[in-house]
Design a protein around this ligand. Structure first.
Ligand SMILES: Cc1ncc(COP(=O)(O)O)c(C=O)c1O
Length: 469
């Protein structure tokens, strides 16, 4: 197997091999190969980055992040002008990233006091922050009220009552959306599925709990119900589940409008104040990215067109005015921008079985393969001109047999000291990272136009003791 790294010479490459063109959608937009056969990202030689900053190293390509953010903004502006794009910061958040995305005019979706704190410290405009989560604590909700976040996306009845109490006690009215569970299967990994009726997230529509929440939200003090939200999962490669979600939510919105909207009291259908209007609508995020050449992920214009068309058609179908639209991509903004660099160490041959190539990271910095069988490709970042003649297993260094980053990776023959790159590592790697085996979390550098800057230093052994009593 061989990677063709020259942009347009695929005719020289046997038909079944992953050419650079097939790898390109997995790599950052600025990825290339230099004369030495080294991977370059953002104009920086990966081997030089590894030498300077050490490994494991997470490299984020600024141009790719900005391009994805702009692509989302412009696609939604084109297809649905009254819309806003919020980055789902659970995919990865740091001060530098929050600032960059604020500059790009995005909003931010946070799910914890920690994410909210980082957003605040980064100076992210609080009115552009949406606060999600299925079990926000009283302290987290109070913090959100204190900082003035734009929307709180209420997940359940407990939260609704708690938030009402907290807001009323402060004498404020907080803008909320209700997160509903629409009962839609997005055909992704079970751990990444969040919109089924049997889910810890959201208020189910079919059980009547979503309607109960609407009536409570209209009745309780301190709350201003602006609309509805759903998020059906992550790493979703199909667009049909989104159409289904939008249709389901609009059916529900129409029923609520009929019962609790302006005019309902006059028609004598309810005693409640007639105030339900679908002013805002959020179909969540979750759009998948390409991790391996066989995968195909939806393009951003296709995502925007699908969502915008579904909203327009369903609003017309049920006779509701068009709401303001919020979308929350996470993975698809940062995933492709990130490349993990590892140094090869021990190589273990089991004759007739397999060759294990161990690297200096693994499940502590990327638990996705162990957690849900996520698949990746690897590149020999210092030997891109060499043919991929071997199939090996890339093992991490942590004390779990499940700490395997890639089961079958096509690579040139490797030796200790070689540099391995795993692309599409920008989302849900560092965000899910741990100190397992008291590993030090890796450094993160942002690269742009031949320059690299630390956005997070490597942890030190002293960091491991910071919280010890
Ligand atoms: C409420 C909400 N919105 C958006 C997202 C973003 O998902 P993704 O990073 O897959 O786009 C998530 C993550 O699962 C989420 O929980």
């Amino acid at each position: 197997m061989r990677y063709d790294v020259s942009p347009r010479s695929s005719s020289l490459i046997p038909h079944n091999l992953p050419t650079w063109e097939r790898l390109a959608p997995i790599l950052p937009l600025t990825a290339g190969v230099n004369d030495a056969g080294h991977l370059t990202i953002g104009g920086c030689d990966a081997t030089e980055l590894a030498r300077q900053f050490g490994t494991p190293l997470y490299v984020l390509d600024e141009a790719t992040i900005r391009a994805q953010a702009r692509a989302y903004k412009s696609a939604f502006a084109t297809h649905y002008p009254d819309s806003a794009v919020a980055y789902a910061s659970k995919a990865y958040l740091s001060l530098a990233l929050a600032r960059l995305l604020a500059e790009e005019g995005l909003g931010l979706d946070v799910v914890s006091g920690g994410e909210l704190f980082v957003a605040h410290r980064a100076g992210f405009p609080p009115e552009r922050v949406h606060f999600h989560g299925n079990n926000k604590s009283p302290e987290e909700l109070a913090m959100a009220l204190e900082l003035g976040v734009g929307r709180i996306v209420v997940d359940n009845m407990y939260e609704l009552r708690l938030l009402s109490e907290l807001a009323a006690r402060r004498g404020v009215t907080v803008a909320i959306l209700l997160r509903l569970s629409p009962g839609v299967d997005p055909h992704t990994h079970a751990y990444n599925t969040t919109g089924l009726v049997d889910s810890k997230f959201g208020l189910p529509i079919v059980t009547g709990q979503a309607e109960e929440a609407v009536t409570e939200a209209l009745r309780l003090p301190g709350l201003r119900l602006l609309g509805l939200h759903a998020h059906i999962g992550s790493q979703i490669l199909e667009l049909a589940p989104y159409r289904q979600t939008v249709a389901t939510l609009f059916d529900f919105a129409a029923a609520m409008y009929a019962r609790y909207g302006p005019g309902a009291t006059e028609r004598g259908t309810t005693e409640s104040p007639p105030t339900f209007v679908l002013a805002e609508f959020g179909p969540g995020g979750g759009w998948g990215i390409t991790y391996t050449p066989e995968q195909e992920s939806p393009t951003i214009p296709a995502i925007a067109e699908t969502i915008a068309t579904a909203v327009r058609q369903n609003a017309a179908r049920v006779g509701l005015p068009l709401p303001r639209l919020f979308v929350e991509p996470g993975r698809s903004i940062v995933g492709r921008a990130g490349v993990a660099l590892y140094r090869v160490g021990a190589i273990k041959d089991i004759p007739g079985v397999r060759r294990y190539v161990a690297v200096d990271g693994g499940m502590a910095d990327n638990v996705r393969p162990a957690l849900y069988g996520a698949r990746y490709v690897a590149l020999a970042a210092n030997r891109l001109h060499e043919p991929c003649t071997q199939t090996v297993t890339i093992a991490g260094k942590y004390c779990e047999s499940g700490d395997i980053l890639i089961q079958e990776a096509a690579l040139p023959p490797l030796a200790a000291g070689d540099l391995l790159a795993i692309p599409a590592a920008g989302a849900y790697c560092l965000a899910l990272s741990s100190n397992y085996n008291l590993a030090l979390r890796p450094a993160v550098v942002m690269v742009c136009a031949g320059m690299a800057r630390f956005i997070r230093r490597r942890e030190t052994y002293d960091d491991l003791l910071r919280c010890e009593a």
